[in-house]
Design a protein around this ligand. Structure first.
Ligand code: GLN
Ligand code: ZN
Length: 830
């Protein structure tokens, strides 16, 4: 009989009360010392291990924890340190590599956090790292941090290690072994888990400006394999019996050369391990390696890995259930399989009864026939993507919603319960039915994949509004009407929406929340800020104004407050990157607009702009909304209906708002979709459905207006070409798009290939809002002159590349003045 165990691939790092965030930020500020930070994080790890163990998990993971990011951990561990840091920290790094035993652990912290956050020039040499960096890792001066990159299709961001000719791969630390020992001291038998070499290289880039541009990062796999071998052998010689290598790249469409590298790398790993064992002390039991893929099915990649020397395989049976039908499974004889049945990506209770039945009817006999040795019941992926526990929400949320939720702790319980039920069945032939009494009746495993988009007309029919996804006329016709009506100059200037959320704004919001000021007082404050903002833009001379978004904390939560079926948790934090966490709203029911959301403030701002103009005919103020795709992307969504249907419900709510804005005299309306690119599924074949529902929902949201109303959209993504087709289909009148890492070539090519050109108006950001530097007139001039070589004068807008809420007022004032000045200058000459 096959024995069934329970395991978890990884646990959230932050702690029940974001202890990790507080400790790490305290360390950066200097209020917490290195030893204190280490002891706090050790305690967190121990707490989490014990929690899992006490809830009945047999295989407790170590190595999933990180003080900042697991990819950054590997960069340091394997000495993948960019030259700029290797130079800066040469002494410390020498010390670290000489003493692997422990004295240099605090030196490691300095190097580690410097790579994470960069070093300000003023702080150099004393090792202080700084937070004055942007998402892309730039610091105004000093040493820039590593870049960040979205971790697959999650909302987590990992760091991007840099490989160069001078990278010397070696095992600089083995913090994972330390954790195994720490677990053992606390009575816990653990299993190490580590991101595998191919996924690691996938997330690396070639270091710039170091004469290394011509190298190919994949060529370094051999060096990397040698350090993995060293690492694995250290575990083995310490009696560790199993190690998990996580290779979620296997859920991607890999090109042939990466596939080849994958194969060669693992063959090499096998060979080097065998050689080392032959040459060394072979008294230790050979360590077993389990390969873990998640975030989807292996699909064809199973052909690639099934014959490689792994002792076990993990399957994501939430997003990758198709793998169960693979003919390759026959090769699992004698192996261990880990079945990811509990969803690590969403927050709904599992239908444990359904999973149990599914296991017994579909899984168990099959694997037994294949001759599988051991089975583990596990999470589909690490639980890093869900909040810690639902318990703080009990008093906070509606009972109906609360009863449906399962965060990390509860998911661990679900795994345990399933395992117990299965083992009961296998040993005594029955299971206590009461075990499954959690009130969840529907088995929904495929909520993000295979999303059959319902015909939009269905959702439209349900809501009773006539909602065509098509505008009255095509762009050319609308454009002419809008030009006459708006009467904007050439190269019109605008901003993306938010203005600085200053200390003052935050204080007033806090006071309002704590009921220290009345809602009327708060409203008045927001209106006075809005007025100030309109006057400011008017004086600077911008052409299309914004109200400034002072009333919003966040571009999704704000709208959630006005929609049915939305709620927010009290403590549902999820790590976004480093110490940063987000608290995604939860969409639990049918979405409808409860009341107008932005009409009052938009109209107020427009009225004031009209008043300033004297003649009642002020500059247009853009209405500002978040689009359905972004709302979905940054929330936890239902899994009992297709995601496309939720998108359509949100689209209809936004459409009502768009139409109300129009009816209230707002002639320009922006529907932001910054997250539209990041929602793109990992596999090409899944992208088709996504493109359909995302584009349709945007169109349904925006198509209800007359030709004369100008629809803008905004995206924070510079690789224009990848989603070009979608952008064209969205049929907005104006697109403002991030362009700070300017890839003009792509834009140019796409614009020139007349077959599928983007022909509407466009505002590629002329400066990077993430940098505190004030963009100079000449810098922006160069950029615009380049853009003018591609775009017709009439089509180009001049704007920053994203919202201004994180900048201070002085920076914004100076930058926008320069921006308007250059637009005015260039208007004369074209
Ligand atoms: N309108 C939003 C703002 O200006 C857009 C933010 C975004 O693109 N992420 O803040
Ligand atoms: Zn943006």
């Amino acid at each position: 009989m096959v024995s069934v165990q329970s395991s978890v691939l990884g646990f959230p790092r932050m702690g029940s009360d974001r202890q990790l965030k507080k400790a790490v930020e305290g360390f950066w500020k200097g209020t917490i010392s290195g030893p204190q930070l280490t002891s706090i994080t050790n305690q967190l790890k121990i707490d989490h291990w014990l929690l899992m163990k006490n809830l009945g998990i047999d295989v407790v993971p170590v190595g999933d924890f990180s003080m900042y990011d697991h990819i950054l951990d590997l960069a340091l561990m394997f000495n993948i340190i960019p030259t700029r840091f290797a130079d800066e920290f040469s002494d410390k790094l020498d010390k670290i590599s000489q003493s692997r035993s422990g004295e240099s652990v605090y030196d490691q912290l300095d190097v580690y956090f410097a790579m994470a956050r960069g070093i300000k020039s003023s702080a150099r040499k004393n090792g202080d790292s700084t937070s004055s960096r942007n998402k892309a890792g730039e610091v105004a001066d000093g040493i820039p941090s590593l870049e960040m990159k979205k971790w697959f299709d999650t909302n987590y961001h990992s760091m991007v290690p840099e490989i160069s000719k001078s990278t010397q791969f070696k095992l600089l630390n083995n913090n994972i072994l330390k954790d195994i020992k720490l677990a053992k001291q606390n009575g816990i038998e653990s299993r190490p888990t580590i991101t595998g070499p191919i996924t690691l290289i996938h997330y690396c880039k070639v270091e710039e400006g170091n004469g290394s541009e011509s190298i190919n990062k994949w060529d370094f796999y051999k060096d990397l394999i040698s350090v993995y071998v060293e690492f694995i052998l250290e575990l083995e010689s310490n009696g560790v019996e199993w190690v998990t290598l996580e290779e979620p790249v296997l859920s991607l469409d890999l090109n042939e050369s990466v596939k080849e590298t994958f194969k060669s790398a693992y063959r090499l790993l096998e060979k080097e391990l065998a050689e080392a064992r032959r040459n060394g002390d072979s008294s230790n039991r050979k360590i077993n390696i389990i390969l873990a893929n998640y975030f989807g099915a292996y699909e064809n990649n199973l052909n690639l890995v099934i014959d490689l020397p792994f002792d076990g395989f993990h399957f994501d049976l939430v997003l990758g259930v198709d793998d169960l039908d693979s003919e390759n499974l026959i090769k699992l004889s004698g192996k261990t399989v880990s079945l990811g049945l509990i969803d690590g990506r969403n927050i709904w209770k599992a239908n444990t009864r359904g999973l149990y039945d599914f296991y017994l009817s579909n899984v168990s006999a099959r694997f037994r026939n294949y001759g599988v040795k051991d089975i583990q019941i596990s999470s589909s992926c690490p639980l890093l993507y869900v909040p810690f526990s639902t318990s703080p929400e009990k008093e906070h949320l509606d009972e109906e919603v609360y009863n449906k939720l399962s965060f990390a702790v509860e998911k661990v319980q679900e795994i345990s319960l399933l395992k117990k039920a299965i083992n009961d069945y296998e040993t005594i032939g029955k299971t206590d039915a009461g075990l499954f009494d959690n009130g969840v009746a529907v088995l929904n495993r495929n909520h993000r994949k295979g999303i059959s988009t319902d015909d939009p007309s269905e959702a439209i029919g349900n809501s009773g509004i006539k909602a065509s996804p098509y505008r009255e006329s095509e762009f050319k016709v609308r454009n002419e009407v809008q030009r006459k009506l708006l009467n904007l100059p050439l190269l019109p200037t605008t901003t993306i929406g938010s203005f600085p959320q200053t200390e003052q704004v935050r204080i007033q919001r806090q006071k309002f929340r704590k009921s220290q000021i009345t809602s009327q007082e708060y409203d008045e404050f927001i209106k006075s800020k809005t007025k100030e903002c309109i006057k400011w833009q008017h004086d600077i001379g911008l052409d299309v104004l914004v109200h400034g978004e002072f009333e919003r904390t966040d571009m999704v939560e704000f709208f959630g407050n006005y929609l049915t079926g939305f709620t927010t948790t009290k403590n549902g934090w999820v790590q976004s990157y480093g110490s940063r966490c987000v608290k995604p709203p939860i969409i639990y029911g049918d979405v409808k607009r409860k009341s107008p959301m932005t009409v009052e403030i938009a109209k107020f701002a427009q009225d004031y702009a009209n008043e300033l103009a004297g003649n009642g005919n002020g500059k247009p103020v853009k209405g500002m909304l978040t689009g359905p795709v972004t709302i979905i992307q940054w929330s936890f969504v239902r899994n009992d209906i297709p995601i496309g249907r939720t998108a359509m419900q949100i689209a209809l709510a936004i459409r009502e708002e768009v139409c109300d804005l129009e009816a209230n005299g707002i002639a320009v309306i922006q529907v932001d979709e910054p997250a539209i690119r990041e929602g793109l599924p990992l596999r090409k074949k899944d992208q088709i459905e996504y493109k359909k529902w995302s584009v349709t929902s945007f169109k349904v949201a925006t198509a209800g207006v007359k030709d004369s109303t100008q629809i803008h959209t905004h995206m924070c993504y510079s690789d224009f070409n990848e989603i070009l087709e979608m952008i064209i289909d969205m049929d907005a009148d104006v697109l403002t798009i991030e362009n700070s890492k300017s890839n003009l070539k792509l834009i140019k090519e796409s614009h020139e290939s007349s077959a599928n050109a983007y022909n509407a108006e466009i505002g590629p950001g002329v400066y990077d809002v993430h940098s505190p530097l004030i963009p100079s007139v000449s810098e922006m001039r160069n950029r615009i002159v380049e853009l003018l070589k591609v775009y017709k004068n009439q089509n180009l807008w001049i704007n920053p590349d994203c919202g201004l809420k994180t900048r201070n007022e002085a920076e914004v004032d100076a930058s926008l003045k320069n921006m308007v000045a250059i637009a005015r200058e260039l208007r004369q000459s074209i």
